[in-house]
Write a protein that binds this ligand. Sequence first.
Ligand code: XUL
Ligand code: CO
Length: 447
Amino acid sequence: MLADSRKKYYVMPSAFPKIPKIQYEGPTSRNPLAFKHYNPEEIVEGKAMQDHLRFSVVYWHTFRNRMSDPFGAGTAIRPWDDGTESVKNAQNRARVAFEFIEKLGAPFYAFHDRDVAPEGKSLTESNKNLDAVVKVLKSEQKRTGIKLLWGTACLFAHPRYVHGAATSSNADVFAYAAAQVKKALEVTHELGGEGYVFWGGREGYSTLLNTNIKREMDHLAQFLHMAVEYKKKIGFRGTFYIEPKPKEPTKHQYDSDAAACLNFLREYGLKDELKLNIETNHATLAGHTMHHELEVAAAANALGSIDANTGDPMLGWDTDQFPTDIYLTTQCMLTILKMGGLTTGGVNFDAKVRRESFEPIDLFYAHIGGMDAFARGLKIAAAIRKDGRLAEFVKQRYSSWDTGIGPKIENGKVGLKELEAYTLKTGEPSNVSGRQEFLENLINEFI
Ligand code: XUL
Ligand code: CO
């Protein structure tokens, strides 16, 4: 009896006892544990900041990354974690995660199946482990109001996925991955997830000498079609996303950038079923800017969500740093506002603190900085749009398409013959400057 009632009233000790709920204190505040720009309720372009930005904390980096590197052991100090792969530890960690996200004031989180619960000795055991942790996630979501932005399956960490998952040369591995995605979809649905991400961790190749690209791509498409079918079957209405990345861990990944993903989706009749989740460091690994990838996705009406991070321009790998560059966040928000804002997607911090930033409080500093950087980007982008000179410049630049020969070309009213006659009459075209420097100065007026 006594034990039972004790259990009932047991309240878990705080993992961050010295950290208060993070508040907005405005740009003049010198409190490192306060927002200077992210003011959730503040209205920008008719919508609250929190609804524009839809911040999300990732489970894998923030709660599972021990912060090792190829040269040394993990440095992360996480006093709540007993370091075991037990379900009990996973459940406890889930409660800590929600305490963190609640104190931070982020409305969403995202996870891979194997981040939240340990892989068992069999699929049955792994599913059982996942169910046990999902129970805690569900009750914590209910307690705090924090929602799941998207779920996903980890189809790259276990050695069985050495040759890929959906693109594995081994059909049994494809089947295993399919089974894992089935469960991850069910769990995401159960938790009311607003989306589901497919990142092809090892869907690529290390050498072409042993690879049949055509067969692997066909299998990947078949895999996604199966997922779409199952999604409809269980009534999951969240958005499916594909996340481009060119390399790491493989030498070449099939979903290498936004253009490659869009081509793949169109080729295999999947364009209406998946949008893109664009990540900054993946864009830069592909030799693009984040702005480029966002514009390519938005132009195809396929920009769904973003993984907000940044790389180090001096290093050529996926450093997954927190975004702090206001120029970058301004560009992101210019494109996002232009396309009408995020709907089911969000600004998901797929970012990790540096190995040297090993204390729990660093997790707060990192996220606060990222949220403030995006809040500033949002306000700056809105100010640039309100000013109107940038949009007007672009509109003017294309004005020859609005009257005269332009609309005739756009509407397919003329062909080569008519354009020859037109050119013979009008002579040499005259161009005007693109004014790049003028525009760069204009943007800097607002930064
Ligand atoms: C890896 C990466 C993933 C995806 C989800 O670079 O970005 O964490 O976001 O699988
Ligand atoms: Co990512």
